[in-house]
Ligand binder design. Sequence first.
Ligand code: IVH
Length: 694
Amino acid sequence: MGAPQQLRERAERLRQELERHNHRYHVLDDPEISDAEYDRLFRELVQIEQKHEDLRRDDSPTQRVGAAPLDEFAQVRHRVPMLSLANAFEEGEVLAFDRRAREGLGIDGVEYAAEPKFDGLAVSLSYRQGRFVQGTTRGDGATGEDVTPNLKTVRSIPLNLPRGADTEDLEVRGEVLFYKSDFEKLNARQRQAEEKVFANPRNAAAGSLRLLDSRITAQRPLRFFAYGVGFAAGAKWRTHSDMLERLAELGFPVSSERRTAKGVEELLVFYRDIEARRETLPYAIDGVVYKVNRLDWQAKLGFVSRAPRFAIAHKYAAEEQATQVLRIEVQVGRTGVLTPVARLAPVTVGGVTVTNATLHNEDELRRKDVWVGDTVIVRRAGDVIPEVVGVRKQGPRKAEAGFAMPERCPVCESPVVRLTGEAASRCTGGLYCRAQRKQALLHFAGRRAMDIEGLGERLVDQLVENDLVKSPADLYSLPKETLANLERMAEKSAQNVIDAIQRSRSVEPARFIFALGIPGVGEEVAKILAGHFGSMEALRKSDWSTLAMEKENVRKQNLKRRKANEALLHVPLEGIGPEIMESIAKFMQEPHNGGVIDRLLDPGHGVRLQEAAAAKPARPGAKTFVLTGTLAGMSRDEARALIESHGHKVVGSVSKKTDYVVAGAEAGSKLEQARELGIAVLDASGLAQLLGKR
Ligand code: IVH
């Protein structure tokens, strides 16, 4: 039997009221009732829904607290692809954009809509008959992840819209982000709970939106801003600005910084106005976006490759601020490299409090001439670690305020060396050095290496500080009790880590090689090595100087053969340059490393390498790809599988022979090399398109 009519009506009324108050509080920033009153109404609805199953609804505000964790996100193909924007960094590029728009439309003056470019995460929200039914991430633009339960927890996303012709089937696009103030609070909370601290609001938003447990997302004050529509049956708006007005009317947050501008001059005024107020905006932005306002003109201009011709992002330079150097310390990385780090008087740069910045290495530090007490300019760009750009004002400089690279490692006191021709100074302590050991263990356990879930920073810290683990091989003889006795470890979590270590015992050879942390040996190189040497034995015993010579010979022969139009010979270890070869040779010669590998591969003790799948020979006409950075919506393994399934090959380093570099976020020197050599650069969706995946 269903609930009485009166209760049914009360539940409906409570839902409407709660959503109205949500909107007033989270979107309009103008609450009508107190928090206590809101909680009272909320609890009343929870009670009704608990008692009466037939009164529960998916789109009830009570569902904003999150739902049971998922195993994984479903992949959803976007009905209309989520495109990206072309970037302009200089005024000239904006003038050119305007000229192209005018020429394309055959008119003199174009009206534009201008708005901030939010530095968050793009999502698409689907509404049917006015109800929020599905929300997805952008993914690679063609396919995203279904993160509906997480998006339901975002209070500023309406779960119900007023019914109208345009809300029957509507897909709203916008950005999920953290306000800078909420981000600082979140990080403070994370720090206190000894949980992961996020580098910037964008990373925090990405991490929070992609949590499988939406109950945790619910505790993170994410926000949403609408900036467009993917699909709208029955829409009447004719311009972008009218569309945004309508979205606001429907209850979506839209930026109050939006304007229309007549002609390019007004765009540039808008750009400068927002730039002047950038620091004071509640959210981080990385530029502004200009869009041709009339939608029929947008359609007329259309798209080039994957970006619209009718819109452009005008980016701001990385933010810079001045602050004082309090100390200069030295950090020890995984391979022993010592990095001087400036400890700074806290300063907000791009919405994030910065307290330290890298000085890269001794030469850089000397070039910039940074001393303790100096006022320096600090720059933060997107996801990158803040860096000191230079000195603005010299402090009172006394000899002791200058920096000297320590002669002994600050962590393990082993001698520090700086090889000729190298910028970096290194601690020679190897795994004896606690700092290196910690980093090496974290790398070994990483998702792309041995994938030992639960072996995070906090646990590794304790294992190393208490001398429980001296090398990765020790992980395989860790008793559960030892783990369970550590701080903040319960029986259950100890068991989970033990299980994860067990699972890692059977591993693909390439992962194992990558996990060893040989300097210069990333995933791609590890795969090439695993494919070339049938066994770990062969890899360890190989004579690298002979190999290098062989390679050079084949290369020379191939040069001749190419001139003579003859078939080319197979180059051994193609894609692995001489520096990496030397690094591998050095690593293998080190007796300590040999000992660790022996113990890891000891049949009674450590891991077992799986049979390597036979590498497919490349077909004629095969192209050579290099992968770099974090690809959007596609793991490296997926990208490699996709490339190889088309008969092409993936190599580890960029050379003149590389056909394509596929670059994602945080791509580094390989991307630069590609640009220098004029090699085509693709992103993940460009790759998918090239290979005709969809
Ligand atoms: S419009 C067809 N407007 O920028 C173009 N995008 O590079 C659709 N973004 O993934 C995007 N603020 O996440 C548009 N006001 C804004 C934006 C914005 C941020 C992001 C968006 C998209 C990326 C495009």
